[in-house]
Design a protein around this ligand. Structure first.
Ligand SMILES: [Mg+2]
Length: 424
């Protein structure tokens, strides 16, 4: 095979469905041969663009495109200080693009280069959200009708939008006698005068609502459907322990991010108290955040965001590491991952024996227009196309129609009932 070198590296910013996406394009010395990689750090897109174009590009021009591991290691260490979200995303954009190029050169879909399929498609979990348990139930049923087997159930997003607590009437309708907490007479409360704007949530009313939600869903839907729930690090550690324990009778597939990365020592207490399966890692970017949790059997599913940890190269290593300890993969797959990133998740899902489930938020029409070749969901499974590489392309002219990468992100401005800032 003739040697192929890197001719140019650049970033493309686009937001076809509102989420700000960052894609890296690596062009080679061979006419028409290029690769795409996801580098989406939706809260700081322009910082990633600078890292790619000002710092990685000069290191990459003229390098052999096939030397992925060498390029990953040398770019990773070049900054000396490493493992931050900006630099890891930048590196991921390059890394995925190089895997895309290598598989295109081989004339194979990437999963072939990674060892070949263990499964035909990846089971996905979808997001069912509602204002009250009945609305959540309706949305879960809608996914079941489409053939989904895994559904994440949330009430009010991550338990906060509008800080809704149940009225007495709702509580009488949905609460099983003996659940903790008293229903409120005032379904909506207000922050103190002069409180700053933000997305408010009340950890206590959230905590008290979740057990009733799952009590309702299991009583109406039975135990065949795999239900999941995301705490989104919105509870104090001891309340997270209590919730994991309280949800045990409802047999969740997993409880997602019960703790913030700053509170990981509490995982041992969750483990000692309950068999509710635990998924962690959406916010991790450093190997020392996940290796001790896997080696100590403190988690059941790893949920890292593949671009956040540096791309396919580190992801396949941690997946293999997890396999040795019985920990399954459930890569982060929200709307702020580009279709290129979703394809990278999927190629790994197909080849990893310890795959668990794939989070999937669906693609809008605009996204499918900008990114031809998006993976497709059919009856609860995500399928790749069989084109060489990652299988997803990008129409740059259409991408340019969806700008909007200026300024900070707003949904992460979150606050507690007294107006104090909180984790999103
Ligand atoms: Mg999550």
């Amino acid at each position: 095979m003739a040697q192929v070198t890197i001719r140019d590296v650049r970033t493309i910013l686009t937001a076809p469905s509102g989420s700000r996406l960052v894609v890296v394009k690596v062009e080679t010395s061979e006419a028409g041969l290029y690769g795409l990689g996801c580098a989406t750090f939706t809260q700081r897109p322009r910082a990633v663009k600078t890292a790619v174009e000002e710092y990685l590009r000069p290191l990459l021009i003229g390098r052999e495109a096939d030397r992925i591991e060498d390029i990953w290691q040398s770019c990773y260490h070049n900054s000396y200080w490493r493992n931050g979200p900006v630099l890891n995303n930048a590196l991921s954009g390059v890394d995925m693009a190089l895997w895309d190029i290598k598989a295109k050169r081989a004339g194979m879909p990437l999963y072939q280069l990674l060892g070949g399929k263990c499964r035909e498609a990846a089971a996905v979990y979808r997001h069912a959200d509602g204002r009250d348990p009945r609305e959540v139930e309706d949305r879960v049923r809608a996914f079941l009708e489409q053939g989904c087997q895994y559904v994440r159930a949330q009430m009010g997003g991550y338990g906060g939008r509008g800080w809704r607590t149940w009225s007495k009437e709702e509580a009488a309708r949905y609460r099983r006698p003996g659940l903790p907490g008293e229903p409120s007479d005032e379904p909506v409360r207000l922050p103190p005068e002069g409180a700053l704007p933000g997305e408010y949530y009340d950890p206590r009313s959230y905590l008290l609502s979740v057990e009733g939600l799952f009590d309702h869903l299991r009583s109406q839907l039975g135990f065949d459907v795999q239900l999941l729930h995301d705490v989104h690090e919105r509870l104090s550690p001891i309340d997270a322990v209590g919730l994991a324990k309280a949800l045990e009778p409802y047999k969740l597939y997993f409880l997602e991010d019960p703790l913030a990365p700053e509170d990981l020592e509490w995982l041992q207490m969750i483990r000692a108290q309950t068999t509710t399966p635990i998924a962690m890692g959406e916010l991790f970017n450093h190997p020392r955040e996940w290796t001790p949790l896997i080696a100590s059997r403190l988690i059941d599913f790893m949920r890292m965001h593949i671009s956040q940890m540096g791309g396919i190269t580190p992801a396949r290593k941690v997946a293999a590491f997890g396999e040795l300890f019985g920990v399954r993969t459930a890569w982060h797959g929200p709307g702020d991952v580009s279709p290129v990133g979703h394809a990278a998740n999927l190629h790994l899902d197909l080849v990893c024996p310890n795959f668990g489930v794939q989070e999937f938020s669906g693609f809008t029409e605009a996204e499918q227009e900008v990114f031809p070749g998006c993976p497709e969901v059919r009856a609860g499974y995500l399928y790749p196309n069989d084109l060489p590489g990652l299988g997803v392309d990008m129409d740059e002219a259409k991408a340019a129609r969806y700008p909007g990468h200026e300024g900070p992100d707003s949904w992460t401005l979150t606050r507690r009932p007294d107006g104090s800032p909180a984790r999103p």
